[in-house]
Structures are given as C-alpha cells and as structure tokens.
Design a protein around this ligand. Structure first.
Ligand SMILES: [Zn+2]
Ligand SMILES: [Zn+2]
Length: 136
C-alpha cells in the first residue's frame, strides 16, 4: 500500500517537499506576531513527524532563520517563501515539523482545524469561520 502524500513547493519552485497526509494531521493557523511577520499574515500549517517529511528537491536553497532559542523557520533563499517551522530545541517537538499549508499543491483534501495563539492576533481582521480557537 502506498501512502498518500501531500506535495508542496515554494513560489519559484526551487524547493519541493512532501509529507504523509495521514501522519500530518495537525492543521492550524497561527496568529502569533512572529508567524504574522514571517508570513505576511497568519501562518497556516500542517504538522507531523519529521520522519514522514522529505525535502524532495532544493534542500541547498532552504535557509533556516533561528527566530527563537527553540525554533527555526525554513524559507527558500531564492524566492523567500515561508515553508517550514521546526522546534528543534523542544524535546516534545523536535521530532516534528510544520509545513506551510499554502505551499501545498491542490487539491489537498484536508481542512484547517484550529486557530492558535489567538490572543496575539492582529487587530486588522476577525476570525469568523467558527473553528476552535486556542490561546497557545
Ligand atoms: Zn523558491
Ligand atoms: Zn506562530
């Protein structure tokens, strides 16, 4: 049985990646100020085990920005697309990775499930889709 993969790429196409669709079952939109600055608005992602994630092309183009002591953010050095979030410094998260929902090829067949860090959201929009909201 072949696993169902979700594939994605950056804007210029230099970096492509894929994840196992079933294992990447945490689908959130993060409203924290770091994610908003990094992505330009809300950073929506799917996360799952790093073992079920692969950079299929352009690994040399991925640059990692160490935004905090425990997390790094991966982006394409050529086009700047925000692609990956990896909390390498947190024991419970270091073996997981989040990939940009918006970078995935359509149809994804999956839906956003939760808004996180909503206490930190911007004042220029409302969250009105009825999904659960978490403060962390
Ligand atoms: Zn690119
Ligand atoms: Zn965030």
């Amino acid at each position: 049985m072949t696993s169902n993969r979700l594939a994605g790429r950056c804007l210029c196409g230099g970096v492509s990646f894929s994840v196992d669709a079933e294992a990447f079952d945490n689908r959130t939109a993060c409203h924290c100020s770091q994610c908003r600055r990094w992505s330009g608005h809300v950073w929506a992602s799917v996360s799952g085990p790093k073992a079920k994630f692969a950079i299929d092309a352009g690994e040399d183009k991925v640059k990692w920005h160490h935004a905090s002591d425990f997390a790094r953010r991966g982006f394409c050095a050529d086009c700047g697309s925000s692609l990956f979030w990896h909390a390498h410094g947190l024991e419970e998260y270091k073996d997981r990775i989040a990939v940009a929902f918006g970078a995935l090829d359509a149809p994804t067949g999956v839906k956003l499930e939760e808004h996180i860090f909503v206490a930190d959201k911007g004042d220029y929009y409302d969250i009105a889709d009825g999904l659960p909201q978490s403060h962390h």
